[in-house]
Design a protein around this ligand. Structure first.
Ligand code: NAD
Ligand code: UDP
Length: 386
């Protein structure tokens, strides 16, 4: 492997990374990248390892010995501090982070995103270890513009909707809207990490992902996850397309999102890992402001892309409307629009996303079709038990 240089032309020394939540969607892509392109070692912590099995076995893999899986629930495992001490850097990805859980399991959501992250921050601070913590774009909540009258021309002014790390406020709904339990817990852990940096000198970086999507995201209900489970939108729509059901548009599908390809986003994380002087003390938006769509437009584009990659004809009615109460239950609320300001990540790390929404959906839905179409056919052919 050729020697790796940082953005300032210095040689990068191989490091040991304690990655918590390494078995999830983002963790699996980060592990893959670190194994294929760097000499770094990963202590991979998670309760599951299905998404990184291909990196752990067999022993003949070129990176064998550089990745070690530790089946650990960070809620209660005394090995956590020892593993953080063994590493140069800790990356915390562990979280409950699917919106269907925020209003239906608010206690688990708050414990997972705040209480369970506390010891990780404490051990890093006490042992002078660097921490990269995964927060969320959801800490911004709603845009200022969403409170303006519908026909206000100010709604078109970026000052009222672009989300900027160091100036935008965090705007959540009322306490009954339990949707915000996640955002609020993430905001508080961000504030705690920031304070540890200011008061105790913790070297930290906070990442705010804006809808990263790609292969291995979440699960397909009834195939590799619970039949009644509700994953994030990419997996919900993939599941509908695979089963030839109409895609469900929550409250008219009017909310807007910007989607970034997981492989682009992982490049940004690698830059943070390997350029501590440029990343420490910063909060970074990581998203693709050029890939904005309403959820309705996303459904239309996914339907077209899936028709192309699967060769199956489109349904006559490709989508249906459902209310949020029906889909998510009481206490759901939504972020209206999420455009990341890219100034800070651009200046510090020179990172820019590359992949268009069409292209990232094409590779992702090709993966979904290849991975799940047969299993879905088999499961749908099974007679239902009465
Ligand atoms: P994910 O659910 O696929 O991964 C999270 C992983 O953490 C899972 O493998 C889970 O088993 C593990 N985990 C949870 N609790 C744990 C515990 N107590 N002990 C050990 N492991 C535990 O989610 P993801 O999309 O990979 O997200 C990773 C992080 O990024 C999360 O903190 C999430 O809030 C944040 N994030 C992601 C996105 C996105 O677009 N994917 C958006 C905003 C924020
Ligand atoms: N959504 C939808 N149909 C679905 C799943 C999600 O209309 O089957 C909507 C959801 O209400 C939200 C958007 O899609 O407006 C994105 O949802 P996701 O679960 O990916 O997470 P979020 O971006 O809200 O964190």
């Amino acid at each position: 492997m050729a020697a790796r240089m940082d953005l300032d032309g210095r040689l990068i020394k191989p490091m040991t990374i304690c990655m918590i939540g390494a078995g999830g969607f983002i963790g699996s892509h980060l592990c893959e990248k670190l194994m294929a392109e760097t000499p770094h070692k990963v202590l991979a912590l998670d309760v599951y390892n299905d998404k990184i099995k291909h990196l752990l076995e067999p022993d003949s893999l070129p990176w064998a010995g550089r990745i070690e899986f530790h089946r650990i629930n960070i809620k209660h495992d005394s090995r956590l501090e020892g593993l953080i001490k063994m590493a140069d850097l800790t990356i915390n990805l562990a979280a409950i982070c699917t919106p269907a859980d925020y209003n239906t399991r608010p206690l688990d959501t708050i414990y997972s995103n705040f209480i369970d992250a506390l010891p990780v921050v404490k051990y890093c601070s006490e042992n002078n270890k660097r921490l990269i913590h995964f927060s969320t774009c959801e800490v911004y909540g709603k845009t200022i513009g969403s409170f303006l009258p519908k026909d206000s021309p100010l709604r078109k002014d970026p000052a009222y909707y672009v989300l900027k790390e160091d100036t935008s406020p965090c705007i959540f709904g009322s306490i009954e809207k339990q949707r915000w339990s996640y955002a609020c817990a993430k905001q508080l852990i961000e504030r705690l990490i920031y304070a540890e940096g200011v008061e105790n000198g913790l070297d930290f970086t906070i990442v705010r992902p804006f809808n990263w999507i790609g292969p291995r995201m979440d699960f397909i209900p009834g195939i590799d996850g619970p039949s009644e489970g509700v994953p994030r939108v990419l997996a919900c729509f993939s599941n509908n397309l695979l089963r030839r059901e109409p895609l469900k548009l929550v409250d008219g599908g009017q909310s807007q999102r910007t989607f970034v390809y997981i492989k682009d986003a992982i490049e940004a994380v690698l830059l943070m890992i390997e350029n501590p002087d440029r990343a420490n003390g910063h909060i970074f938006n990581v998203g693709n402001p050029n890939n904005e769509v309403t959820v309705r437009q996303l459904a239309e584009m996914m339907t077209q892309v899936y028709t192309k990659v699967s060769g199956e004809p489109m349904l006559q009615s490709p989508s249906i409307d459902v209310s949020s109460k029906e889909f998510y239950g009481e206490g759901y609320d939504d972020s209206d629009k999420r455009i990341p300001d890219m100034t800070i990540i651009n200046k510090q790390l020179g990172w820019n996303p590359k992949t268009s929404l069409w292209d990232l959906l094409e590779s992702t839905l090709t993966y979904q079709h290849r991975t799940y179409a047969e299993a879905i056919k088999k499961s749908m052919a099974k007679p239902t038990a009465f």
